[in-house]
Write a protein that binds this ligand. Structure first.
Ligand code: ADP
Length: 202
């Protein structure tokens, strides 16, 4: 890449010469670099540096990263818990959205800060109202699986104007029976951005 960048257009033979290799040894590597779009080959001219725009490389990077490798531990509360319990759990878990679950960690809804504020406006007793009454419930919950990419997950957050996605394992797709195995939030995305930003190769 360095040779082509400095001296291109340059023929395969000349590159092989510089590296003290045969043309045949070099051919598979040149094919990979050409297919990946880093180099371009023109007949009778040779190789020259095509480069990739930074945003293309960044986009590719995001599509290679999977939710399972970046998700946070789940923050859950039982369906039968009260709104008061939900507020306490949010403080203890230091998060703004909880997955509401039934037996065996099966997702039944999501409760966010705004849902709790709604209860406050209604001036209802916090320790008598069950979370199931104020949560957003299945099947209207936007979820993500560990196998989906970070890009897909971030897109879901933006398109649905929400802060958090339950990461789920599909138990039964037909009846939408999902087990909660993690969470993917705007904080997760920010952490990924900081990680990518500190990587000077990108
Ligand atoms: P906040 O309440 O902190 O603004 P959100 O913007 O995420 O947080 O929540 C707004 C509304 O969307 C709430 O009523 C909440 O129940 C609902 N909600 C949050 N996450 C999801 C999700 N993954 N799928 C469907 N609805 C959600």
């Amino acid at each position: 890449m360095e040779i082509v960048r400095k001296e291109g257009p340059i023929t395969g033979e000349q590159i092989a010469d510089r590296l003290h290799l045969t043309r045949a040894t070099l051919r598979p590597d040149m094919a990979i670099l050409t297919m990946a779009g880093f180099l371009e080959a023109r007949p009778r001219v040779g190789y020259f540096y095509a480069g990739k725009k930074n945003d293309e490389i960044f986009g590719e990077q995001l599509r290679k990263m999977h939710v399972k490798d970046y998700k946070a531990v789940p923050a859950v509360i039982a369906e039968t818990a009260t709104v008061y319990d939900a507020i306490v759990t949010m403080f203890v878990e230091d998060c703004g959205t909880l997955s509401v679950v039934k037996e065996h960690g099966i997702l039944s809804g999501v409760i966010s800060r705004k849902d709790l504020l709604k209860v406050a406006i209604g001036k209802q007793e916090l320790d008598t109202v069950p979370v199931s009454l104020v949560m957003t419930r299945m099947p209207n919950i936007v979820t993500v699986t560990g196998e989906e990419t970070v890009y897909e997950a971030a897109r879901k957050l933006v398109e649905n104007a929400i802060d958090s996605l339950p990461v789920v394992k599909v138990i039964d797709a037909l009846t939408k029976k999902f087990e909660v195995v993690g969470r993917f939030t705007k904080t997760t995305v920010t952490k990924i951005l900081v990680e990518l930003g500190s990587n000077r190769d990108i």
